[in-house]
Design a binder for this molecule. Structure first.
Ligand code: UDX
Ligand code: ADP
Length: 461
């Protein structure tokens, strides 16, 4: 039963219609049928796509939900100002990239988008509003925004970080491990907190809704991503040891993962983590630590990023070494541009760096991906003449010297590699940057096979 508050709790606005705002609001609209949910964005093209049959992002299961609720209780618009006037509960899910200039460049979050919104809220809002931080933000952003808004009685700023992972966003939103809501622990803060808790209580069991003070909530988001990224870097660092010693990384992951204190998830060795969150959040954490003089802590977290870069460099060095130290003029086919499977997102994708390094070595590149070609073509626009983009993997691999698997799409597990082998230049190489293929079978076909963290299988020597 919803309590009466000074806020109209049957209307929700979200500013920012990206990978976070879009799916989150679609699920809130789906689960809170008595709520009108409006998503606004300054990017008209994006809003037009949200209103069309072809959504601006690929996320399994999202199309069906949007089709069900759009035009009923979910609306997409570019009218930010009226959105602010018509709604008292305002989620903010705008992008917060890493700063590329000035103090904290390359580390701190660029809050300019957030600040524009804070000023717009200050100028437009005519009554009390709850502002919910959905984007990942540095600790104490709420406090900084309070200063911009300059009216503690009118604006209550809460932190409700997003934990959805791309590719499984719908499931993560339907069945979250937890929902975290941070607020001030004052009378007004607790009232606003209750309003947001009630929204999630429509489908999330109460024991999974965690409430904290604002700073703990803001910091928890950075720490959660830091811990996850640290697991990937830890297993990747061990993959290098495996390659040197003939131990097998999958056997190690399974042996250590069966310890319930360690757990089996997030132990897949790879060409490194990508995505819009991990690196940005760790850099943010590093910046916060440095600004409080906690240099040892900053160095610790920075090493997680260093190992990630090392892993990508190592992968390319391995290609180079095993292909007789030159790949100039040789055709290398990359399978996978997205930073992980089941998304079209290429932000911070290892494929970008790896492609650049291979081009530096003067390789001829072909990139294939079932969903992310448009995005990677944009990321690599300066290398236009040096890369072909081909959707069909068989066509992409035609007459290539090597295939590098960079994204763990199911599609790549089920290809006819015998057929592919026959069309490739010999000796044919396969570098499995995700350890998703049957390496013994590939070797039998005739490939020279290079997994991550496992013994290579070679026909020459
Ligand atoms: C992450 C967090 O999981 C999510 O909670 C947060 O809200 C946003 O950041 P996301 O970036 O979408 O989500 O993907 P995630 O599944 O966490 O993977 C991140 C990267 O790590 C990917 O590049 C993935 O391929 C890589 N990864 C993950 C590995 O290399 N090995 C693993 O075992 C797991
Ligand atoms: P995320 O992965 O965090 O969702 P995205 O880049 O996918 O990041 O989405 C953020 C969205 O926020 C973009 O569509 C961008 O146009 C939008 N945005 C940025 N600034 C504003 C603003 N001042 N008002 C409305 N929308 C904004």
């Amino acid at each position: 039963m919803k309590e009466i508050t000074k806020y109209r709790n049957n209307r929700i606005l979200c500013i920012g219609a990206g990978y976070v705002g879009g799916p989150t609001m679609a699920v809130i609209a789906e689960k809170c049928s008595d709520c009108i949910v409006t998503v606004v964005d300054i990017n008209k093209e994006r809003i037009d796509e949200w209103n069309s049959d072809k959504l601006p992002i690929y996320e399994p299961g999202l199309d069906e939900i949007v089709k069900k609720v759009r035009g009923k209780n979910l609306f997409f618009s570019t009218d930010v100002e009226n959105g602010i006037l018509d709604n008292d509960i305002i989620f903010v899910a705008v992008n917060t990239p890493t700063k590329t200039f000035g103090k904290g460049a390359g580390m701190a979050a660029n809050l300019q988008y957030w600040e524009i919104i804070a000023r717009q809220l200050r100028d437009v809002a005519d009554k009390p509003k709850i502002i919910v931080e959905k984007s990942t933000l540095p600790v104490k952003t709420a406090e900084a925004m309070e200063r911009v808004l300059n009216d503690k009685d009118k604006f209550e700023i809460l932190s409700n970080p997003e934990f959805l992972a791309e590719g499984t966003a719908v499931n993560d939103l339907h069945y979250p491990d937890r929902v975290l809501i941070g607020s001030r622990e004052t009378k007004n803060g607790l009232e606003a907190r209750k309003v947001i808790v009630d929204i999630y209580a429509n489908w999330v069991p109460s024991e999974k809704i965690i409430t904290t003070n604002t700073f703990s909530s803001e910091l928890s988001k950075l720490v959660a991503n830091g811990f996850l990224a640290q697991r990937v870097s830890s297993i990747n660092s061990i993959s290098a040891v495996c390659e040197a010693t003939e131990a097998d990384i999958s056997e190690i992951a399974s042996a250590i993962g069966s310890d319930s204190r360690i757990g089996s998830k997030f132990l897949n060795s790879s060409i490194g983590f990508g995505g819009s969150c991990f690196k940005k959040d760790i850099l943010n954490l590093v910046y916060i630590c440095k600004s409080y003089g906690l240099h040892e802590v900053a160095d610790y977290w920075e090493s997680v990023i260093k190992i990630n870069e090392y892993q990508q460099n190592r992968f390319v060095a391995n290609i180079l070494n095993s292909m007789f130290n030159t790949i100039a003029g040789r055709k290398i086919c990359i399978f996978g541009a997205a930073f992980k499977a089941n998304t079209d997102d290429t932000r911070e994708s290892p494929s970008i760096n790896i492609a650049k390094m291979l081009i530096e070595e003067k390789a001829k590149l072909v990139i294939s991906d079932p969903k992310a070609l448009k995005n990677i073509e944009f990321d690599l626009k300066h290398y236009k003449s040096k890369i072909d983009y081909i959707n069909d993997p068989y066509e992409a691999a035609l007459e290539s010297h090597a295939i590098a698997i960079l994204t763990e799409w199911d599609l790549y597990k089920n290809l006819d590699y015998q057929k592919i082998f026959e069309t490739m230049i010999k000796p044919a190489f396969i570098f499995d940057g995700r350890n998703i293929l049957d390496h013994k079978k590939l070797f039998k076909i005739g490939f020279n096979v290079f997994p991550i963290g496992k013994k290579a299988m070679l026909h020459y020597n």
